[in-house]
Design a protein. Structure first.
Length: 329
């Protein structure tokens, strides 16, 4: 469990950021009522605890109301008076849910994370598919299921957020040192100057099993899929796996290993950010998933729309696109 502990002496509050919970604040309404707000990747599933003995004993606040990242505690109803005690907020540690599908590679199966990087990691596949993203005719900043949009070869530095600022200054190293989306309106349409730099996310080949690169944003034990690995899970709509468009809730492809009876992997149509100016496009209609494989000055993606899937398109590296991590094997 990740937690954030607050020390309260009378009405004095000190907050300490730790792990996933940050920016904790508390408002008081005597003689009872404490409103605690916090920032965390997920909302609504936090637990509030209090300690009357400086952290030796922790008791759960029972009489609470939770809305988003806000907890209102009626401490009087729990027979707790204002005075010297401590509060802590705990949220569950996200589990790295795994989704396994069939593959035409010799390994037979490939295992992916069940969510895009930047999406809510605690949502089940069913919850992802049922969720209705904030609508927009061009694009959306709603990342709950869609997740973040990475420029090819960049690590997680803030640029991947759908609302990140833009700059036209190209980076001179593989780690720009800021969180801006780097627009690249001129050839070769790459956020990084100084050549092709194929090793940012891969070694420039289409090998099925590629070593994890230093800039790879995936968590430990996972890496970007190669183009060949993406292709290996798609062999026509009714090939090695069954691909079915999800027409309600979040648009995207449901991938099944048992002829559509159950969904083993869901890929939302998360759209993209345009390389020239960072504008968001096609959320809800297009899926664009990076691979680690390069093609000259371009890199391969898995592209899809309703009724069409292509695991072998190549795009400019300044585009912002989805990342779905593959378990190393």
């Amino acid at each position: 469990m990740k937690k954030n502990i607050l020390t309260i002496v009378a009405l004095f509050l000190i907050g300490f950021a730790n792990g996933q919970v940050t920016n904790v604040k508390a408002d008081f309404s005597c003689p009872s009522g404490i409103t605690v707000t916090y920032d965390a990747p997920t909302s609504g599933n936090a637990t509030l605890y209090y300690s009357p003995d400086n952290g030796t004993t922790w008791l759960e606040a029972k009489t609470v109301t939770k809305t988003g990242n806000t907890i209102v505690w009626d401490n009087k109803a729990d027979n707790v008076s204002f005075g010297q005690f401590r509060l802590k907020v705990e949220v569950p540690t996200p589990t790295l849910g795994e989704c396994t599908v069939n593959s035409t590679l010799p390994v037979g199966k490939l295992t992916f994370l069940c969510y895009n990087l930047g999406a809510d990691p605690n949502m089940s596949i069913e919850q992802q598919m049922a969720y209705t993203p904030n609508p927009n005719t061009v694009g959306t900043t709603d990342s709950k299921v869609y997740g973040d949009l990475y420029q090819w070869g960049r690590n997680t530095d803030g640029h991947e957020k759908r609302t990140s600022s833009t700059t036209t200054t190209l980076a001179t190293t593989n780690t720009p040192g800021h969180g801006n989306f780097i627009s690249a309106p001129n050839t070769p349409y790459d956020w990084r100057s100084g050549g092709v730099q194929t090793s940012r996310w891969g070694d420039g080949t289409s090998n099925a099993k590629m070593p994890k690169a230093a800039n790879d944003p995936c968590p430990a034990g996972y890496r970007l899929p190669t183009q060949q690995e993406w292709a290996s899970i798609y062999n026509g709509m009714n090939g090695i796996n069954t691909w079915t468009w999800n027409s309600t809730g979040t648009p995207g492809y449901k991938i099944s290993t048992d002829n559509g009876t159950t969904t083993a992997l869901f890929l939302p149509a998360a759209g993209y950010r345009f390389y020239r100016n960072g504008t968001l496009y096609n959320a809800g209609t297009d899926g664009n998933y990076w691979s680690s494989t390069v093609d000259g000055e371009y890199s391969f993606i898995l592209y899809f729309s309703n009724g069409y899937v292509n695991p072998s398109l190549n795009f400019n590296r300044a585009y912002g696109m989805s990342v779905r991590c593959l378990a190393e094997y």
